[in-house]
Write a protein that binds this ligand. Sequence first.
Ligand SMILES: C[S@@+](CC[C@H](N)C(=O)[O-])C[C@H]1O[C@@H](n2cnc3c(N)ncnc32)[C@H](O)[C@@H]1O
Length: 224
Amino acid sequence: MNKKIFSQLLAYSQNDLTKISQPYIMETFGVEVERCESLEQYAEKIDDACLHKYFSKYWQNDMKKWKYSGVALIDEVNSLKPRAVLDVGCGYNEFKGKIDNLIGIDPYNDRADLQVSTLDYKTDQKFDVIMCLGSVNFGNREKIIAEVGRCVALLEDGGTMFFRVNPGVQHDKPEADWIEFFAWNVPFIIELADMFNLAVLDIRDDTNQRKYFVLRKKLAKLEK
Ligand SMILES: C[S@@+](CC[C@H](N)C(=O)[O-])C[C@H]1O[C@@H](n2cnc3c(N)ncnc32)[C@H](O)[C@@H]1O
């Protein structure tokens, strides 16, 4: 759950749900949501609406600015000769047609091949490569762990995951004010690798304080 939004709702309403009106939500968070049965549910819906608004209307990308996690990935990924690549939170789907056999998913950007979130994406397909570039970044630790776990489940044994993550830097635009940016750090990357039996192939500082890292799913027979 987005703690910033929940704390604001709690402080304002003092846990009295009748105080949470549509005008209050619009005035405070700049979004509309349907009526909810609890403050937690309001926080979830408002969080989703804020992410939707920001990433469908305001956020702009410049793939060229990233030292490691932008256009440099085209040759890097294609050199692995992948049979299937998943771009999680693909934004404007800029790798489409440049990286072989790629599917881009994103719940908020209509250029995605499928408009769906990481946790709601259901498929029997497995991927040799999964890219999570700036997209497993929103919400609390449990949400991040669940999203990484979902990606690991979609990855072939021996498959590779490329990440760009944010150490918790807020985006400049006011429309991003209510978004909760998870504060990634190197110990957490290593903890995740241990948790999901992944080898850490690389960790580097990318542009704008972002971290770039590469994980590989260990082969089942090597697991013990
Ligand atoms: C900072 S942008 C990065 C976009 C693209 N990967 C890139 O590198 O340009 C973050 C993207 O993650 C998407 N996103 C947010 N929450 C998501 C979720 N739960 N599942 C998948 N994508 C999500 C947003 O819609 C947005 O397009």
